[in-house]
Design a protein around this ligand. Structure first.
Ligand SMILES: [Zn+2]
Length: 452
């Protein structure tokens, strides 16, 4: 495919008259700045384009309870009571339900500018806790949803073995999550074989995930990650202060401290949340080349706490963003809340610029970090408009309410910090235009919601 953009986000800045060509693998094969009209002949004409972003943390089934857990009949509602309600829904979802929920969710993500999703997937067994005839049954439901919508997918089959630190085995509410390092590696390999059989290998990938330190014993972490190859490894870590206290009580170390000392982190690793992380822990994550996945709207919804954004930026820590429980499906809102959380904590403005002595564009810093960190989370070439990276584009609607009259140099800031935002008029994944609307997908989702 050949595109000509009036304005494109290249190397972290807006650049005029950019000619772009993608190859048969859906990767950028030619990028020409200041292209002439003759060079641009035959190209699809686009206005203002951005690379797509990776949604680095998703549990698709939780989309079914977005908006339904804000009503309570008990005092002291917290992360743990939310988790019980989430488990009750998880026990009712079959493969067809999961496919329709994920299809609608992924179409929403594409509408709001995510072109790839990392699916942290632990709903492995049937509602009775028995393995499906094909152990990948629920995995394929997510792969089919991604295929229908056209979003790229990194599957992360997730190891879940224990109900808590020092409490081996699962409780009955967790029976669908039952897995072993071997069963997770089998799920990973099934997806890898599927990806290799495709002509475009860069839209599907499979790594592995460890649910959390409370759900997986140290020896099992080792046996999983020593056999999962170069693919991404994800883990929930240090999300809740109770989790930090429990980890100290059982191991004498904070969760990230424990990982740094025992898990042989490297650039495969993505630490999801890392909300309660000290300065020296951030140093350790950065030194071991691991990355962090921040999920600001879910962390706010669950009352987790604030990620230390200014310290992460000061130490050049790699990070990406995810929508986790899907109370929001829009990256501009995630980045805005990430910055606003830090502003409210510190009572300062433009906190993402503190490490640069306050100079520059806050939107530029936030977007570029999320873009580069997304590549590490997905394990695929998704680092923007650059040779060899996947040809994902978002065409911005300059007529949308939040961008009307904004000078081009400030468009990124306005995308993130001026709302309401419904800013993308077309989306491309691996060089192909995506059709983001289907009446059938919406009807299937509504039907599923009535059945759960
Ligand atoms: Zn999560």
């Amino acid at each position: 495919m050949k595109f000509k953009a009036n304005l494109a986000w290249v190397n972290g800045t807006w650049t005029p008259n950019v000619l772009l060509e993608s190859d048969e693998h859906g990767l950028w094969s030619r990028i020409k700045l200041d292209a002439t009209d003759i060079e641009s002949e035959g190209a699809l004409k686009l206005g203002c384009v951005l690379p797509g972003l990776v949604n680095a943390h998703s549990h698709a089934f939780q989309r079914a309870i977005a908006g339904l857990t804000e009503y309570s009949e008990q005092s002291g509602d917290d992360f743990w009571s939310w988790r019980d309600r989430m488990y009750r829904v998880a026990l009712t979802i079959g493969p067809d339900h999961l496919e329709s929920i994920a299809t609608w969710l992924y179409s929403e993500m594409l509408k709001s500018g995510y072109t790839h999703v990392c699916e942290f997937h632990y709903l492995h067994r049937n509602p009775d806790g028995v393995e499906y005839a094909d152990p990948s049954e629920m995995t394929w439901a997510l792969v089919r949803a991604a295929d229908k919508t056209g979003i790229g997918l990194t599957m992360l089959p997730t190891l879940y073995m224990n109900q808590g630190l020092g409490q081996s085995g699962l409780n009955s509410m967790q029976r669908r999550f039952a897995s072993t390092p071997e069963s997770i590696l089998n799920l990973q390999q099934a997806v890898v074989r599927q990806a290799k059989s495709r002509s475009t290998q860069f839209s599907l990938n499979a790594g592995v995930a460890i649910h959390s330190l409370r759900a997986v014993a140290p020896t099992e972490i080792q046996s999983l990650t020593s056999h999962s190859g170069a693919a991404p490894v994800h883990i929930h870590i240090a999300e809740q202060s109770k989790e930090v206290a429990d980890c100290i009580a059982h191991t004498g170390l904070r969760p990230v401290e424990w990982l740094l000392a025992n898990a042989n982190l490297d650039k495969r690793w993505n630490l999801v949340h890392a909300t309660h992380t000290s300065v020296s822990e951030i140093q350790g994550i950065q030194a071991q080349q691991a990355s962090v996945v921040i999920c600001p709207t879910t962390e706010a919804n669950l009352g987790d706490g604030f990620f230390d954004l200014p310290e992460a930026l000061r130490q050049s820590l790699s990070w990406s963003i995810g929508t986790d429980s899907h109370v929001n499906r829009n990256w501009t809102e995630e980045l805005r809340l990430l910055e606003y959380g830090a502003r409210l904590s510190l009572r300062k403005r433009n906190v993402a610029l503190l490490h640069k002595n306050g100079h520059g564009s806050t939107g530029q810093v936030l977007f570029e970090h999320a873009l580069q960190g997304g590549t590490q989370a997905a394990g695929l070439p998704l680092a923007g408009i650059s040779l060899g990276q996947r040809a994902d584009l978002l065409e911005i609607d300059l007529e949308s309410d939040s961008l009307l009259g904004v000078p081009s140099a400030r468009l990124m800031d306005a995308l993130i910090f001026s709302t309401p935002s419904n800013n993308f008029k077309s989306v491309f994944v691996a060089g192909q235009k995506i059709d983001r609307n289907s009446v059938q997908w919406k009807a299937d989702f509504v039907k599923t919601m009535t059945e759960l």
